[in-house]
Design a protein around this ligand. Structure first.
Ligand code: MD3
Ligand code: FE
Length: 203
């Protein structure tokens, strides 16, 4: 079932499990067209998370900063079309959390290996904060940090496992969040990695 843990924030344990095969195939298709890469921050640091995107626009970071871009900087073409299995999962999960008609135009695909972390940040490069964000975890488990509107607010830890889906909307939409360094391990279907799909309405 769906567990609410803050205003607009819902955890759907195992929601993606029955769609595992279709999701893995779709990730392969996307990565074959737009390979995973380590982007650079504005300060010139290499991000430890490897990323790719699909959809109308993709989230990119480089020395110029963060933004949503209609083209993949590697190759210059459009991002891969969002697979139907992705769009359907995002819409179904959002509806299960009470958000009707969520139609994401961007899906960021994050790849973690043991040691990879994502420091505390807010997602605010999107135009419309009324739309929720849907996040799908696959592979190795991760400890997710969920804070508040202020960076200094206390954080809660949420263990995210293969197949879990989280919907972040309402007041929680602008809360700080991050991922602790991934622990060593091997997942039976995903191997030594974690993949997170982050669905957003960016435009
Ligand atoms: C909490 N990725 O790419 S989205 C990101 O596990 C990112 O890779 C996470 O944070 C990951 O920006 C999963 C989790 C998320 C997204 C938006 C939120 C959590 C949020 C907005 C408010 C509060
Ligand atoms: Fe984020």
């Amino acid at each position: 079932g769906a567990t609410q843990f803050d205003d607009g924030a819902w955890l759907l344990r195992g929601f993606a499990l029955e769609r595992e095969a279709a999701l893995l195939a779709a990730i392969e298709t996307v990565a074959a067209q737009a390979p995973f890469r380590h982007m650079e921050t504005r300060r010139g640091l290499r991000m430890s998370v490897a990323m790719t995107n699909c959809g109308e626009v993709g989230w990119v970071s480089d020395r110029r900063g963060y933004r949503y871009a209609p083209r993949d900087p590697l190759g210059g073409g459009p991002w891969p079309v969002m697979p139907e299995a992705f769009a359907a999962l995002a819409g179904d999960a959002a509806r299960a959390a009470g958000f009707e008609a969520f139609a994401p135009d961007a899906c960021l695909v994050n790849r973690y290996v043991p040691g990879t972390r994502l420091s505390l940040h807010q997602d605010r490069d999107e135009r419309d904060f009324d739309a929720p964000i849907v996040s799908v975890s696959l592979g190795l488990p991760a400890t997710f940090l969920f804070g508040g509107l202020a960076r200094s607010d206390r954080t809660r830890r949420i263990a995210l496992r293969h197949g879990d889906v989280v919907v972040w909307g309402g007041a929680s939409r602008l809360f700080h969040h991050g991922v602790l360094a991934l622990a060593d391990g091997v997942h039976p279907v995903m191997g030594a990695r974690r993949i997170n799909l982050t669905f957003r309405k960016a435009l």
